[in-house]
Write a protein that binds this ligand. Structure first.
Ligand SMILES: Nc1ncnc2c1ncn2[C@@H]1O[C@H](COP(=O)(O)OP(=O)(O)O)[C@@H](O)[C@H]1O
Ligand SMILES: CC(=O)N[C@@H](CCC(=O)OP(=O)(O)O)C(=O)O
Length: 259
């Protein structure tokens, strides 16, 4: 069976990803696994919107996406950030292949709530045969989270949710969220293992807030499929333990330890 690993690169950390990170992904492929990257780019979209003086608004962690915002989000995600990651892979000796979720109807979606959120989508299908062809060609697909509707309209999708959908439709073994913190923290301490129930407690008591909420929710959603474990980890070089393994929070179906 193909061992597929979906790696979500957060926009918060994309500029910090170094050669070691990309070499790690290429090494994963050399070891016989099939990595797929899904990336975000929230901070880069914000800075472009600011330059263009377009209003920025988030509702429950999702960007309100007017047609003007979509144009900028698509340009930044599928143009700038996507190619930055492809370049990182290529410099590390990998066959990075950048593709937007709209190309080949890779990510198909429906609007979440047109009236309040505008052109924001939730994925209801993934073109798995196209992704399998790309994997079988030896490429490392790099997906930007712009999806399309049956009518061919483009929608902006939260990248954590997009990564979780790709992992579920592709029946991935692992899903890793790479972000700008070492994992889920409580009082400054890294929580190494969390169950779905514990994740909900941490949201309810405010320990998990903001951009960490869609990540832990996407992690819990993914555990309903074949995936046994989802990891939230830091992408910076400093986010590694002394033995080189990446620090992180594993979210599992059932955790044994209490918080
Ligand atoms: N309990 C928590 N532990 C760690 N980070 C948290 C927690 N709650 C909220 N956060 C915030 O979530 C951020 C990561 O989410 P986000 O900025 O959306 O990253 P990304 O762009 O990688 O998706 C962290 O930088 C931190 O500010
Ligand atoms: C609908 C929605 O919110 N889309 C996100 C897509 C990018 C993203 O999710 O980037 P991060 O992973 O860096 O947060 C946005 O426009 O910011």
């Amino acid at each position: 069976m193909m061992e597929i690993v979906v790696i979500k690169c957060g926009g918060s950390t994309v500029d910090e990803l170094n050669e070691e990170f990309f070499k790690g992904i290429v090494a994963m492929q050399t070891a016989g696994k099939y990595p797929i990257i899904v990336h975000g780019g929230g901070p880069a979209i914000n800075s472009m919107l600011e330059k263009l003086e377009v209003e920025i608004q988030f509702i429950d962690g999702l960007r309100k996406t007017t047609p003007a915002v979509l144009e900028v989000a698509e340009m930044v995600l599928s143009g700038k950030v996507n190619k930055q990651i492809v370049q990182g892979l290529q410099r590390a000796g990998g066959k990075g292949l950048g593709i937007s979720g709209c190309d080949g109807s890779l990510l198909q979606a429906v609007p979440v709530d047109l009236a309040s959120l505008g052109l924001v989508g939730q994925i209801n299908n993934v073109n798995v045969s196209l992704l399998h062809s790309l994997l079988n060609e030896g490429t490392i697909p790099v997906l930007s989270p712009i999806a399309c509707t049956e009518e061919g309209d483009h929608l902006n999708v939260n990248a954590d949710a997009a990564a979780s959908s790709v992992a579920n439709y592709m029946k991935a073994q692992e899903l890793v969220f790479v972000t700008d913190v070492d994992g889920v923290l409580k009082d400054g301490q890294l929580l190494e293992v969390l169950s779905a129930a514990q994740v909900q407690e941490l949201i309810d008591d405010g320990t998990v807030y903001g951009g960490m909420i869609p990540k832990v929710k996407a992690a819990v959603d993914s555990l309903q499929g074949e995936i046994e474990k989802v990891v939230i980890a830091g992408g910076k070089a400093g986010s590694r333990k002394e033995d080189g393994t990446i620090k992180g929070t594993a979210i599992v179906k059932e955790a044994t330890a209490t918080l």
